[in-house]
Design a protein around this ligand. Structure first.
Ligand code: ADP
Length: 259
C-alpha cells in the first residue's frame, strides 16, 4: 500500500498516519520529521533547512526530493509507505511520479484531509498549550505568527495538489473536521472503495488551454477553470526542460504573505 496524506498543518495527518501504519504494516515517511532530524544532527541539509523551517516556509524542492528518493529505497519501505508532508508542491509531485514510475511502483491513493483555516488555528493553539502544560519541547515553528505562514504556504503551494491528484484520478477527500474515529472510518471506506474516477481531460490543445488561462486567470485569488488547471498539470508532468521551467514559474509562489 502506497499512500499520500494531504492536508494543512494541524489537519490530523500524523494521527491518521500512525493508525494506517499499524493497519497496513507500512512505514510513515514524514519529510517534516526527516528534516527536523537533519537539523538536530547538524548535517548540511539540516543547516540549509533550519532557518527556512523556523520561518514556516518550504525547503527547496531538490532537497526534499533527494531525501525522499533515498528513503523509499530503504528495505523497510518495500512493503509500502505513507507519505506525510510530501509532496508539498506540484514539482515535488511530478518528481515523485517519475521516481515511482522508474521503480515500477504506483500510488494506491491520495487522501486529502479537509479542514477550515479557523479550526486549524484553534487546533494548533491547543497543541501548543498542551505541550507547554506538560513541559514538552515545542517546535520552533509552532507559534501563531509562523503558523500563519505555514497555512499560507499550504494554501498557495500545496493546495494545488488537490487538483493535480484529482486530475490523475487518485484523490480521496475526507472531512478532517469530524471526530478522529469518524475520519478514520471515512479513510477506510475511501480506500476500500473502487478507485476514484479520473477527471475528464479536456481535449483542448495546449494552445487552447493557454488561451483560456490568459482569459480566465488574471484576477488574483480567483479559481482557475478546470481545463486551464489540467493543461498546467499536463505541462508540468511532461518531461523536458521547458515544461519543468513553466511549471516552476507558474506554480512556485515567491513569498508567503506575512501578518
Ligand atoms: P506541518 O506540521 O506544518 O504539516 P511538517 O512537520 O510536515 O509540518 O514540516 C515542517 C516544516 O518542514 C515545513 O514547514 C517546511 O519548512 C519543511 N518541510 C517538510 N516537508 C516539506 C516538503 N515536502 N517540502 C518543503 N518543505 C518541507
Amino acid at each position: 500500500m502506497r499512500l499520500i496524506l494531504l492536508g494543512p498543518p494541524g489537519a490530523g495527518k500524523g494521527t491518521q498516519a500512525q493508525r494506517l501504519v499499524k493497519k497496513y504494516g507500512i512505514v510513515q515517511l514524514s519529510t517534516g520529521d526527516m528534516l527536523r532530524a537533519a537539523v538536530g544532527a547538524g548535517t548540511r541539509i539540516g543547516q540549509r533547512a533550519k532557518d527556512i523551517m523556523a520561518r514556516g516556509e518550504l525547503v527547496p524542492d531538490d532537497v526534499v526530493v533527494a531525501i525522499v528518493a533515498d528513503r523509499i529505497d530503504q528495505p523497510d519501505a518495500k512493503k509500502g509507505f505513507i507519505l506525510d508532508g510530501f509532496p508539498r508542491t506540484v514539482p515535488q509531485a511530478v518528481a515523485l511520479d517519475r521516481m515511482l514510475t522508474a521503480k515500477g511502483m504506483k500510488l494506491d491513493g491520495v487522501i486529502e484531509l479537509k479542514v477550515d483555516a479557523n479550526i486549524l488555528h484553534k487546533r494548533i493553539a491547543n497543541r501548543v498549550a498542551q505541550a507547554k502544560a506538560s513541559g514538552e519541547a515545542l517546535r520552533p515553528d509552532d507559534n501563531p505568527e509562523v503558523l500563519r505562514t505555514r497555512i499560507e504556504a499550504y494554501r498557495e503551494q500545496t493546495a494545488p495538489l488537490v487538483d493535480y491528484y484529482r486530475w490523475k484520478g487518485v484523490l480521496k477527500s475526507v472531512n478532517g473536521m469530524a471526530p478522529i474515529a469518524e475520519v478514520a472510518n471515512a479513510i477506510d471506506s475511501a480506500l476500500d472503495a473502487a478507485p476514484a474516477k479520473k477527471a475528464t481531460r479536456k481535449k483542448a490543445t495546449s494552445k487552447a488551454v493557454a488561451g483560456k488561462r490568459t482569459a480566465a486567470t488574471k484576477v488574483g485569488g480567483r479559481k482557475k477553470p478546470a481545463a486551464a488547471r489540467s493543461g498546467r498539470f499536463a505541462a508540468a508532468a511532461k518531461p523536458g526542460r521547458k515544461a519543468a521551467a513553466r511549471s516552476k514559474t507558474t506554480l512556485r509562489k515567491s513569498k508567503s504573505r506575512r501578518g
